[in-house]
Write a protein that binds this ligand. Structure first.
Ligand SMILES: [Zn+2]
Length: 166
């Protein structure tokens, strides 16, 4: 009876040792996999990001030169590269044409326009174009937001009497 007790205590101790050894083995294994992924991929996340950004800019400037990337923002959107078809074919962007013709631009453009980063020369088209996507019942609200963001710009461009009086 005493001997069995001793045996079971011994087994428990051994179990503890082997469990922590297993944990350590697992940690070492995970670390090895992590390092080998970095080594075999050869690039850090910063480097991958840098390449990704550069590639996007290259695609956009090439397509702008070809007249295939016409955006409605101050700084062209990048969403259209992936989004098409929907706002163009392949990696092209037709957000400018969409906005002027009363169709909604891409999601990135909708967000950026509402933040005030749209091309101010197009501000008269923004509310209607976005309402086409989010619903006509929001047209008045959209007009208010657009006015708040772009009215100074509109005055600057149109030189209307009301603006001069202000
Ligand atoms: Zn866009």
């Amino acid at each position: 009876m005493v001997r069995w007790n001793h045996l079971s205590i011994y087994n428990m101790a051994e179990d503890k040792v082997s469990l922590s050894a297993k944990v350590w083995l697992a940690i070492i294994f995970i670390l090895l996999i992590g390092f080998s992924l970095i080594i075999f991929n050869g690039k850090t996340m910063d480097e991958q990001r840098q390449e990704f950004v550069e590639q996007k800019q290259e695609i956009i400037s090439t397509l702008i030169d070809q007249g295939q990337y016409a955006c409605c923002l101050e700084k062209p959107c990048v969403y259209c590269i992936e989004k098409t078809p929907g706002h163009g074919e392949g990696a092209t962007c037709h957000c400018l044409q969409d906005v002027v013709e009363g169709r909604h631009p891409c999601g990135e453009c909708i967000g950026e326009i509402l933040e005030g980063h749209g091309n101010k020369y197009l501000s008269q088209y923004f509310a209607a174009a976005i309402a086409e996507e989010v619903g006509q019942e929001h047209l008045e609200t959209l007009k208010q937001i657009i006015a708040q963001k772009y009215d100074d710009a509109a005055c600057e461009i149109n030189q209307t009497k009301e603006c001069q009086d202000e």
